[in-house]
Design a protein around this ligand. Structure first.
Ligand code: ZN
Length: 331
C-alpha cells in the first residue's frame, strides 16, 4: 500500500471508530463506510488490514463495517479471509454473524468447519417459514443471523442432495472444474418477455443490460432476453425432464449445467436472441445481433462464457453472456 492509500485507509478506520461510538447509527452509514473501504485501490492489502485491525475491534459497528467491506471487495482469494469469516460466525453480535454468513455465501467458501459453524448457528431454523418470521422482525439481529446461516448452509448442501437424486457424481463436477453458483437473493426485473415472463438479474447486471440493449437498439439491432436468473430447483427440473425424455446424462451435461453449477443461478448470466433466429440455436452466431455483441458487449461488462472448445466441456453457446462488471475485459 503506498502512502496515499495508507492515509486513506487510516482515515476510514478513524471514521468507522467515530461512527461506532455514536449513540444512534443508521445501517446505511455503516454500508457507506464499508463500500469506501472496498473501493480503495489494492483491495487485497485492504482486506488483510481489515482482518488484522478491525475484525476483533471492541465496537460491534466497526467489526460490522469490516466484514461488509470484505464482502463488497470481492477479494475472496485473500489468504486468511475464509478462516477469519468462519470465526466471525461466532461473533457475540448478531449483525456481525449475519454479515459473516452473507460474505461466506457470496465467496462460495466451503469446508467442514464452515458447515459445522453454520449448522450450529442455524439450529432450529427452517425455511421458508422463518424467512417470513424475519420479514416481520427486521430488527431482530439474532434471528436474521440464524436465517442467513440457514440460507448459506442450504446453498452449500442443496446441490449435493439434488445431484445425488439425478445420479450426477461429484467426480463429474470436479473433473470439469465447474464452479458452484449460489442463488442470488438480490434480484430485480431486467426485462419482461412477450409472454409476460419476468427475466430477473442482480441490480448491477440489470442496469448494464438495459444500457447494452438500448445502445444496440440505437444501432438498429434488436436483442432480447430468452432466459436470465434460474433457481437451482428449476435447473434440476430441466435436467429431470431431459432424463425423462431418454437423454443420457453425458449428453445433457454437455448442454445443461448440473443444478447448483449454472451461471444463471448468480443472476448475472443471460441467454439472448434476436428477430428471425430460433432461440438457443447455433444460427444465432450468424445474426447481426451476435456480431454487435462480439464488438460491444465487453464495454458493458458482458462476456461470452462458453466459446468453442471452452474448458468446462460445454457446447459452444453464442447466446449465453455473463455480466462480470463494467469495463472488465478479462475472459
Ligand atoms: Zn445460458
Amino acid at each position: 500500500m503506498n502512502l496515499l492509500n495508507r492515509y486513506r485507509f487510516r482515515r476510514l478506520v478513524d471514521k468507522s471508530v467515530r461512527l461506532g461510538n455514536r449513540p444512534m447509527i443508521m445501517p446505511i452509514e455503516e454500508l457507506r463506510l464499508a463500500v469506501a473501504f472496498a473501493e480503495l485501490p489494492c483491495r487485497e492489502e485492504v482486506v488483510t488490514n481489515l482482518i488484522g485491525e478491525l475484525f476483533d475491534h471492541q465496537n460491534m459497528h466497526v467489526r460490522r463495517i469490516a466484514v461488509i467491506a470484505c464482502r463488497k471487495s470481492g477479494a475472496f482469494g485473500v489468504p486468511g479471509l475464509k478462516e477469519a469469516l468462519t470465526r466471525k460466525l461466532a461473533d457475540p453480535e448478531g449483525w456481525v454473524r449475519y454479515d459473516a454468513a452473507w460474505a461466506i455465501l457470496e465467496a462460495k467458501y466451503d469446508s467442514s468447519e464452515i458447515r459445522a459453524c453454520l449448522a450450529a448457528l442455524a439450529d432450529g431454523i427452517s425455511l421458508p417459514a422463518d424467512r417470513e418470521r424475519v420479514r416481520r422482525n427486521l430488527g431482530d439481529a439474532d434471528l436474521q443471523a440464524k436465517v442467513r446461516a440457514r440460507e448459506t448452509l442450504d446453498a452449500l448442501l442443496a446441490p449435493r442432495t439434488i445431484l445425488a437424486s439425478l445420479g450426477i457424481s461429484l467426480e463429474t463436477i470436479s473433473e470439469r472444474e465447474l464452479a458452484l453458483y449460489p442463488e442470488s437473493t438480490e434480484l430485480v426485473v431486467a426485462e419482461i418477455g412477450e409472454n409476460g415472463r419476468e427475466h430477473l438479474l442482480v441490480p448491477a447486471a440489470a442496469a448494464a443490460w438495459g444500457a447494452l440493449r438500448d445502445t444496440a437498439k440505437g444501432d438498429g439491432v434488436v436483442i432480447r432476453i430468452v432466459s436470465a436468473f434460474r433457481s437451482v430447483e428449476r435447473q434440476a427440473e430441466i435436467v429431470r425432464a431431459k432424463l425423462a425424455r431418454g437423454q443420457s446424462l453425458d449428453e445433457i451435461l454437455r448442454v445443461s449445467a448440473p443444478p447448483g453449477y449454472s451461471e444463471h443461478h448468480s443472476g448475472r448470466a443471460l441467454d439472448v436472441t434476436t428477430d428471425g433466429a430460433r432461440p438457443l440455436e447455433l444460427e444465432f452466431e450468424h445474426t447481426a445481433a451476435f456480431q454487435w455483441l462480439e464488438r460491444n458487449a465487453g464495454r458493458f461488462g458482458f462476456h461470452m462464457s462458453y466459446p468453442r472448445q471452452n474448458r468446462y466441456g460445454y457446447m459452444y453457446e453464442p447466446w449465453h453472456w455473463c455480466f462480470r462488471g463494467e469495463g472488465s475485459d478479462h475472459a
